[in-house]
Design a protein around this ligand. Structure first.
Ligand SMILES: Cc1cc2nc3c(=O)[nH]c(=O)nc-3n(C[C@H](O)[C@H](O)[C@H](O)COP(=O)(O)OP(=O)(O)OC[C@H]3O[C@@H](n4cnc5c(N)ncnc54)[C@H](O)[C@@H]3O)c2cc1C
Length: 326
């Protein structure tokens, strides 16, 4: 059963920021993650501040520089089916389409998707784990088949969003508004590793909210894709995924982004794989080398060594897909 809380639906950003700055307040967009957390007593809330009255946070707008602004309240379905996103930022359309189920994509927003809480069964269960302020990460010595093979530290949860690695591969930025005004944070700096602070997943401060995602214009010749590996064909989180974006001159790779999902507490960029790709044309040998690089520094736990091979496979399949398209 849901606990008792106050529900408020501001109609202006100023009002939303004021309401969010009060103790115990939490932002609610689609509610598909938040309400489950409250029902399961993962954390508490005194007040839910619905963002749904803030119409300026909805929709996709093309920018004068050729980039794109995506309002935080834009649903995953809208992101997955938007013509411009599909044409210019395929990796994001594919990632949004691969997230959750049709019902969840209709209700869940892109702002909520990048701010959703970890899915670790200890965190979601009745355990006072490190991320909830306890002393122990139970997954380290416990059931850790779905946990991190990179970047785990005091906590080995994996970041659950499919759109976040795609946004990172596209060099997107996050715009935030809060009691101290507005700021813009590159996606690469938005997520927080456990070694820095294991009690939070993002740099969003209390009282702040995400208002929009900003995508820079893609290179003149660009291809991108998202390969997601999961236990079931639908309604399931990534066990491993690879978001890959390439800028090309002819067939030669001029810029590369390779960002993994499902394997680290944050979307995991693998610059070693990117460096391997730049300056070359995609060939079987290059794809193999880049895929090897992507998995090279993994430190698997007792139950998840299989993910190392999945990383190689996801990166190789994403790159092969791009070669076939190019
Ligand atoms: C069964 C199931 C399967 C799923 N599978 C996948 C999957 O495969 N891939 C995937 O990526 N996701 C998956 N999800 C997660 C789902 O996509 C998210 O629940 C959804 O995207 C969250 O969006 P929302 O608008 O409902 O967020 P909410 O539930 O409203 O909010 C989520 C969190 O973000 C905060 N928040 C919301 N909006 C903002 C904002 N604008 N600024 C700051 N903080 C904010 C809230 O306070 C809350 O903590 C799954 C969820 C379920 C229940």
């Amino acid at each position: 059963m849901l606990p008792t809380f106050t529900y408020i639906k501001p109609t202006t950003l100023d009002q939303a920021v004021r309401e969010l700055a009060t103790p115990g307040a939490r932002a609610c967009s689609g509610g598909t993650d938040l309400l489950g957390c409250l029902r399961d007593r993962v954390f508490t809330a005194e007040k839910l501040v619905s963002l749904n009255g803030l119409t300026e946070l909805r929709g996709v707008t093309e920018l004068a520089n050729g980039g794109l602004r995506i309002g935080a309240l834009t649903t995953l379905t809208e992101v997955a089916t938007h013509a411009l996103i599909g044409a210019k930022y395929q990796v994001l359309a594919a990632a949004a389409a691969a997230a959750a189920s049709p019902q969840l994509r209709n209700q869940g927003t892109i702002g909520g998707n990048i701010c959703q809480r970890p899915r670790c069964w200890y965190y979601r269960g009745d355990f006072a784990c490190a991320r909830k302020g306890g002393d122990i990460c139970f997954a380290k010595e416990g059931e850790n088949q779905l946990h991190a093979i990179f970047g785990g530290d005091v906590c080995v949860m994996v970041h659950p969003s499919d759109t976040a690695p795609a946004l990172m591969a596209l060099d997107a930025s996050v715009r935030l508004v809060g009691p101290r005004g507005t700021r813009t944070v590159p996606m690469g700096e938005f997520f927080v590793l456990p070694s820095k602070d294991h009690t939070r997943e993002t740099v969003v401060e209390p009282g702040e909210l995400v208002t929009e995602l900003v995508l820079p214009p893609p290179p003149a010749l660009a291809v991108s894709t998202y390969r997601k590996l999961r236990a079931r064909g639908a309604w399931d989180f990534a066990i491993t995924g690879a978001a890959v974006a390439l800028g090309l001159r002819g067939k030669k790779i001029e810029s590369a982004r390779v960002v993994l999902s499902g394997v680290a507490p944050v979307p995991w960029r693998v610059e070693a794989a990117e460096k391997e790709l730049v300056g070359h044309e995609l060939s079987d040998a290059l794809i193999e080398r880049a895929a090897q690089r992507a998995s090279a520094n993994a430190t698997p736990l007792s139950g998840n060594a299989y993910k190392v091979a999945l990383v190689r496979g996801a990166v190789a399949e994403a790159l092969s897909d791009l070669r076939d398209k190019g």
